[in-house]
Design a protein around this ligand. Structure first.
Ligand code: ADP
Length: 276
């Protein structure tokens, strides 16, 4: 399990220097809606393809709201104990160690469960009592029931296109969240993001974004995952660091997307057409 946490608000009363703002370019009213959800203690689900800005949005919102952020990357081996915590044995005996969800509940943090659909149903159900009016977290192993601290908010991300037939969230889980739809940004917005995140110039960023849009059109021809804004940024970074355009596109854009010779050939043709 990958865990990362933004700085936790110090308990000794000394204000820590505020971390730099995670830059986020909004595409609609998602910032306002999220702020209202936070104020009204509503859980939020971010729906959209991988690499389109969901994580960056949560990082930005945690900064904006002045809340710590606890991020958990979900996977199918993740158990409820990985979220809640477990007893550990050390030289002094047995002691309880909070999992990331419990920590976030106690501290009033934003808890972001990335790709929640990857987690098993019996893991996901521990979220239910936190997402209704009770806002409680029962810890069966310690016998405690925690009331979520006021700033606590649950945020999950979900890629509806991915493994759609194999995995989906149960309606009883979905209906506990306000859902915000994310998608790849319109052309000029994506150009701006690629420039900001990579240091590439406008012409390069624009060409990469229009290449990305053409590659996204290949989904009908068997491309399982379309190129994300993240991939375009990685490619732009290589170009900005002096790597040739075709080498950068091959290594950072095309190779990560497919091993299929015909598809790779078609994608290379599109690179050639874009960067004549
Ligand atoms: P996701 O969580 O949807 O998989 P990320 O939030 O990690 O995707 O986005 C990948 C990268 O794309 C980010 O690290 C950021 O550099 C960039 N990005 C995408 N959308 C935006 C946006 N709207 N504003 C700022 N950066 C963005």
């Amino acid at each position: 399990m990958n865990l990362s946490a933004a700085p936790i608000v110090p308990v000794d009363g000394h204000a820590a220097p505020r971390a730099a703002e995670p830059w986020y370019a909004p595409s609609g009213d998602e910032v306002t809606i999220f702020e209202q959800c936070h104020a009204r203690q509503l859980a939020v689900m971010l729906k959209g393809p991988t690499g389109c800005g969901k994580t960056r949005f949560v990082e930005h919102m945690a900064w904006r709201l002045g809340r710590p952020l606890v991020t958990v990357s979900c996977h199918d081996d993740m158990t409820a104990s990985d979220l809640l915590g477990r007893f550990l044995i050390d030289h002094d005996g047995t002691r309880w160690s909070d999992g990331p969800l419990t920590r976030a509940v106690r501290e009033g943090a934003l808890c972001y469960l990335d790709e929640v659909v990857e987690a098993r149903q019996d893991t996901i159900v521990v979220l239910h009592p936190l997402t209704d009016h009770r806002r409680i977290l029962p810890l069966d192993k310690t016998g405690e029931t925690l009331d979520a601290a006021p700033g606590f908010q649950l945020v999950v991300s979900y890629n509806p296109g991915y493994q759609r037939m194999l995995k989906d969230l149960k309606p009883s889980t979905r209906q506990r969240f306000v859902a915000l739809d994310f998608d790849f940004p319109p052309t000029e917005q994506e150009v701006r993001i690629v420039m900001h995140e990579s240091g590439a110039d406008h012409a390069t960023a624009h060409a990469l974004v229009s290449l990305g849009q053409k590659l996204r059109g290949l989904q009908d021809r068997g491309l399982a995952e379309v190129p994300s804004t993240r991939l375009l940024i990685a490619t732009a970074r290589l170009i900005a660091s002096g790597i040739g355009v075709r080498s950068a596109c091959n290594a950072a854009l095309i190779a990560p997307l497919s091993d299929d010779a015909a598809l790779v050939g078609a994608m290379r043709d599109l690179v050639d057409l874009t960067f004549i």
